[in-house]
Design a binder for this molecule. Structure first.
Ligand code: ADP
Length: 260
């Protein structure tokens, strides 16, 4: 024990070996643990009542209660938004406590095609969407988490780019690794905000984020997923001209394409 901040125990490891495990239990770590558990529990408890409220709202027919018609749409939209926040908080809690990701092949050609379709569906013809690919290597990691992170950058690009703008999704070799990036010709972000973008609920403009349906947790999720894959998030942005968010993966996360 060192100053009472380390909890040391002996754990079984394999059939014959034992592992010495040391856990940091300093007051700060314990507080952080309490915060995480609290957020996870609250989110979990909110899930069921929200599902019930949302279900009943969907059942209500505005024609049966004409007085309610003007507010019903708003109530549905807000309960959906709250549900999305709860799901994002649960995802974050899971990612925060997770130490490793599953190491599966993530076929990039298929994923990039899906991301492009998602961008087009979200944009509904309001932006020009381009996909530029100069490598056929795949990624090694969690297909579900990588999809969610890479798709978050696409949906941000669409949401923060006015109609008529363009969005470019790229997957290319850079140095000994590979980089996925999403560029847009949108509102851009002032330099003073860049360092805080991945904090929970941090927004450059709360009203714009809410209007476009954001939960304020997207980039936090992206950062956690990338950390678990030892990847780096980069942002370059010029206010009024646009932004590029990039994810740099090291060589240990790249796989040559499968031979048929
Ligand atoms: P939100 O749900 O609010 O979009 P995010 O965590 O995804 O939350 O992003 C945090 C903030 O970063 C956003 O509120 C927005 O101000 C800014 N942001 C993210 N992506 C972009 C982008 N492509 N262009 C301009 N601003 C962006």
């Amino acid at each position: 024990r060192a100053e009472g901040h380390l909890d040391v125990s002996v754990q079984p490891f394999g059939r014959r070996q034992r592992m010495l495990q040391a856990r940091d239990i300093s007051p700060l770590t314990r507080l952080e643990q309490i915060r995480r558990d609290f957020v996870a529990n609250v989110s979990h408890e909110l899930r069921t009542p929200l599902t019930v409220i949302h279900g009943y709202l969907e059942l209500l027919d505005p024609e049966d209660v004409p007085m309610l018609a003007p507010v019903l749409g708003e109530m549905r939209a807000q309960s959906k938004r709250m549900g999305q926040i709860v799901e994002d908080l649960l995802t974050l809690s899971r990612l925060e406590t997770q130490e490793h990701v599953v190491d599966e092949r993530v076929p990039m050609a298929a994923l990039l095609a899906t991301l492009r379709k998602e961008a087009e569906a979200l944009s509904q013809g309001r932006h020009q969407v381009t996909l530029e690919v100069d490598t056929n290597c795949d990624l090694l990691g969690s297909p579900r988490d990588l999809h969610s992170a890479l798709s978050n950058l696409v949906s941000n690009a669409v949401r923060y780019t006015p109609n008529g703008g363009s969005i470019t999704i790229r997957w290319r070799r850079t140095g000994d690794g590979a980089t996925y990036s999403v560029s847009d010709t949108g509102y851009g972000i002032p330099a003073s905000h860049l360092a805080r973008l991945t904090e929970r609920f941090y927004r450059v403009s709360s009203s714009r984020s809410r209007e476009t349906g954001g939960t304020g947790l997207g980039l936090s999720i992206v950062k956690h997923v990338l950390n678990l894959h030892q990847a780096r998030l980069g942002v370059e942005s010029t206010p009024g001209r646009g932004s590029t968010f990039s994810c740099h993966f090291g060589p240990e996360r790249l796989l040559d394409p499968e031979t048929p």
